[in-house]
Design a protein around this ligand. Sequence first.
Ligand code: CA
Length: 128
Amino acid sequence: MVATKSSRIVVVEDEPAIRRGVADALRLCGYDVAEAADGVRGLAEASRPDADLILLDLMLPRKDGLEVLRELRQSRPAVPVIVLTARGGEDDRVRGLKMGADDYVVKPFSARELLARIEAVLRRSTGH
Ligand code: CA
């Protein structure tokens, strides 16, 4: 648990209220957080070797989330990615998982649910 608390999480989300809400909740829990409001910036942040987990919205300006995921998987095949999807976006969820996302959460989600999923994915990725 202590080890995961200093993990760096990249929040790629163009809706400012959601992005800031998620980032604030993560920082409160002790995570190191990077924010990106579009897909190009998000891919750059996610590609950094110190990024431990990516929260990835799919509908993004400049580069959509599935394209970000596809390109990210070429450089970082194993970095954990949790996709943030709109309610009813089942096709997007399936495509995201097929393209290598580790999990997804459906908007609107609670901070508590998101944190639980982040912790579970980080546990799996670090083997603890
Ligand atoms: Ca969006």
